[in-house]
Design a protein around this ligand. Structure first.
Ligand code: 0O2
Length: 247
């Protein structure tokens, strides 16, 4: 009897380990893709949109807790169908426009299928939370089969990440019962973080424009003359000036 229970337990532990393994491999697969983007930008572009990349695999305890909270039956098939953020990746970007650029780059991968997008940047949560959430599916090749594994990708700016990390800590410190005045301050802080993002994006655009101008200064008169349309215009102008002079 004791042996039966012990066998059943070790079998269940093995099932859970195998179940979680596919999520870990999905994270590894996607992290490799994001890291390639990161390296590529670091070496070949003047601006790297990626500041930081992290990942996490939900713990069995956290998965069970979420399943119980959501009323999901506690078997692996139901959990696989209903709990879609067992694997998570977070990409922290410099600017808001970078978050969408990263989304588009990921969407361009043939083995990344975006199944859901929650844009909490354009439509922030009531508490002020902002982030772009993508639910994606990616194939993972195991020894005997290929499985499609869901991964939640959160893409946000440094300012959004700073706010979310602190809000998360406060939320847990107060065991999810945060006093109203603190909630109000958090909302105000989220608005401040948003203003910071807007300002940094504008400054980034201005600096970029200055850089472009330094590299491609406005054409001088000789260069202008070489452009057919400009030469035509200059000739027409010269004709007009000459005809005025002779009047
Ligand atoms: P962890 O430890 O970060 O994974 P639910 O998953 O039930 O909360 P939903 O609608 O399935 O709700 O997911 P949603 O809205 O896409 O958010 C899921 C994840 O986004 C959360 O995962 C957080 O990481 C993050 N998030 C969402 N809202 C907030 C928020 O108000 N504040 C902060 N700091 N983070 C948020 P987990 O599982 O809660 O936590």
């Amino acid at each position: 009897m004791v042996e039966d229970v012990s066998d059943a337990l070790s079998e269940a532990r093995e099932d859970v380990a195998r179940f979680l393994m596919s999520y870990k491999f999905a994270i590894d697969t996607l992290m490799a893709k994001v890291n390639i983007l990161n390296e590529e930008f670091r070496y070949t572009n003047d601006h790297n949109p990626i500041e930081h990349v992290g990942s996490r695999l939900k713990t069995p305890y956290s998965i069970l807790e979420k399943a119980r909270r959501r009323g999901v039956p506690l078997d692996l098939d139901s959990i696989a169908k209903e709990i879609l953020d067992i694997a998570g990746i977070r990409v922290t970007c410099s600017f808001v426009s970078d978050t969408y650029a990263i989304r588009d780059m990921l969407a361009g991968h043939e083995d990344i299928r975006i199944t859901e997008e929650k844009d909490y940047i354009r439509s922030p949560k009531a508490n002020g939370y902002r982030s772009l959430h993508l639910l994606v599916c990616t194939p993972v090749r195991m020894s005997d089969r290929t499985v499609e594994v869901p991964v939640e990708i959160q893409i946000r700016t440094i300012a959004m990440d700073f706010w979310a990390s602190l809000e998360h800590k406060i939320y847990y410190k107060y065991a999810k019962a945060v006093p109203q005045d603190l909630l109000d301050e958090l909302r105000t802080a989220a608005e401040t973080a948003n203003r910071l993002d807007v300002t940094m994006e504008r400054l980034h655009g201005e600096v970029r424009e200055l850089g472009d101008r330094a590299q491609n200064p406005l054409p001088g008169p000789d260069e202008l003359r070489r452009l057919p349309i400009a030469a035509e215009l200059l000739d027409a102008l010269a004709d007009r000036v000459n005809s005025r002079r002779s009047d």
